[in-house]
Design a protein around this ligand. Structure first.
Ligand code: NAP
Ligand code: MG
Length: 483
């Protein structure tokens, strides 16, 4: 069996070939998908455009669009065991996490299906004094919310199917026709969506899936003149490339990018809840979560207890195959990510950080990294500033509330944040001052299709979820009729 080291290099000249797909738990090849490239993107965009122009989806009664989305959600629920297994095999995440995130994807469809019949314009009685035409003129003015058109959706490997559905659901609710490009590492579950949506009754040409590498296939989609909107989740670095590529036809862009989310633990926090909460908040999915709480600021009075508590949880987590009941954490997605995460830890260690727990790869096949707790970290270290995307938390003490807020905000990212605390006034005062799109008080990782999600600063543009998420795939037309 081939291993991941034999994977074909990402090579623009190789387009039209195949991309090997691997199981990160073993390193074994489990499949291959087309390396679509620019030609496949052209075909997919043409198909989406044709369905949009023919109004095959956006022209349906809103209630019928909602029904299709509900049926797709029901089919996902009915196929949960197979989808969960495919997601775990391809991504490595524990099967319970796969089940949870896929079920959440189905809920995204149901929540957004509810918007189909609620996409409404507004009216305005306009009366002018006739400065242009002379005399008083009355108008009936109204707005229409119309789909943006062809939406290109580009997703990462960390939560593959859920991310795909989180983008498809609002785009479809809005009436867009879509081209989806999943990450090269984890295309398998997204590809299953073709059959699911066809069986649910989605008209031909409305959902088009292209596989391929980001710098070729993804870049072709982002730059394509036939695409009106890009919804992207991934790294901040690639987010900036998307913005540049989108400039050609000024397509609209929504970006969900990286994070370096701060966790503030005050000395009145309920540590019996806060310590495991913060541990799950960073180690879940082996840290491959954009909202992972990777910088923990603990009040100096509780600092030692927090570090020790986190190390205890890290040491107790069971690493292994996501298909086994007993597994808490699976591997990272690839050898490249494993090496990258370990390089951050090694660099930190060399610069004076103390590895209190973890810090090593596992001596077994697959791309495992031990959950790692670092103390004696200083904010100037690279591991403290950059998104590592692995199971690594850095713990830093603070003395004063202002100091904690300043440390939390000392980041180019602003995706999420958490406060563990009992003083409710301080909780809301701090929540107001943190520069992040989400603040959790006495919890972490909470999210819901109804609640807007997105980043301050370099963590993104726009919001997913809630009405704002649907509105991101709509544009407003204003109509004046003289009475
Ligand atoms: P990435 O490069 O940002 O990939 C995200 C998606 O964009 C993938 O589908 C990727 O395709 C595609 N892509 C890559 N280059 C592109 C381009 N020039 N134009 C259009 N699309 C492009 O993320 P990654 O390489 O998978 O991971 C690298 C780092 O990104 C991670 O270590 C982590 O720090 C961060 N990350 C963040 C998130 C998040 O949710 N915030 C998610 C994943 C990764 P291919 O993968 O097929 O090349
Ligand atoms: Mg990639």
């Amino acid at each position: 069996m081939a291993t991941i080291l034999d994977a074909p290099a990402a090579d623009a000249d190789n387009e039209g070939g195949l991309i090997a797909v691997f199981d990160p738990t073993t390193g074994d090849q489990i499949g291959e998908v087309a390396d679509g490239g620019a030609a496949a993107v052209d075909d997919a965009v043409a198909s989406a455009r044709e369905s949009f122009t023919a109004m095959r989806w956006r022209g349906l009664p809103a209630r019928d669009r909602a029904k299709v989305m509900h049926r797709a959600a029901d089919l996902i629920d009915a196929q949960l065991p197979e989808l969960m297994r495919a997601e775990t095999l391809n991504n490595g995440m524990p099967k319970l996490l796969a089940q949870f995130t896929i079920a959440n994807g189905a809920e995204m469809l149901r929540y957004n299906a509810g918007w189909c019949t609620r996409i409404l314009g507004q009216t305005s009685d306009v009366i002018t004094d006739g400065a242009i035409g002379g005399g008083r003129i009355e108008y009936h003015a109204y707005t229409r919310k119309e789909p943006m058109g062809v939406a290109g959706l580009i997703t990462p490997w960390n939560v593959p199917l859920s991310m795909a559905l989180a983008k498809l659901a609002p785009a479809l609710a809005a009436g867009c026709s879509c081209v989806l490009k999943p990450a090269e590492e984890t295309p398998l579950t997204s590809l299953l969506l073709t059959d699911i949506f066809r069986a649910a009754g989605l008209p031909d040409g409305v959902l088009n899936i292209v596989t391929g590498y980001g710098h070729t296939t993804g870049a072709a989609l982002a730059a394509h003149d036939g695409v009106d909107k890009i919804g992207f989740t991934g790294s901040t670095e690639v987010g900036k490339l998307i913005v540049k590529a989108a400039a050609g036809n000024l397509k609209k862009v929504t970006l969900e990018l990286g994070g370096k989310s701060p966790v503030l633990m005050f000395d009145d926090a309920d540590l019996a809840k806060a310590i495991p909460g913060a541990a799950i908040g960073v180690f879940a999915n082996s840290g491959q979560v954009c909202i992972a709480g990777t910088r923990l600021f603990a009040h100096r009075r509780i600092y030692d207890q927090v570090v020790e508590g986190l190390a205890g949880v890290a040491g107790a987590l069971r690493l292994g195959s996501g298909l086994e009941e007993t597994t808490d954490l699976g591997p990272l997605i690839s050898r490249k990510q494993q090496d990258r995460v370990l390089a951050y830890i090694d660099e930190g260690r060399a610069a004076g950080a103390t590895v209190v727990a973890g810090g090593k790869r596992l001596d077994r096949p697959g791309f495992f990294v031990e959950p790692t707790v670092l103390a004696n970290v200083t904010p100037d270290m690279r591991l403290f500033q950059e998104e590592i995307f692995g199971p690594v938390i850095a713990v830093v003490p603070f003395d004063e509330e202002d100091e904690a807020i300043a440390l939390a905000n000392d980041s180019s990212y602003g995706l999420a944040s958490a406060i563990w605390i009992r003083d409710i006034s301080r909780a809301h005062r701090v929540a107001k001052r943190i520069e992040a799109g989400t603040v959790w008080i006495n919890c972490q990782l909470a999210n819901d299709p109804s609640v807007p999600f997105g980043g301050y600063k370099q963590s993104g543009w726009g919001r997913e979820n809630g009405w704002e998420g649907v509105d991101a795939y709509l544009q407003t037309k204003s109509v004046f009729a003289e009475l």
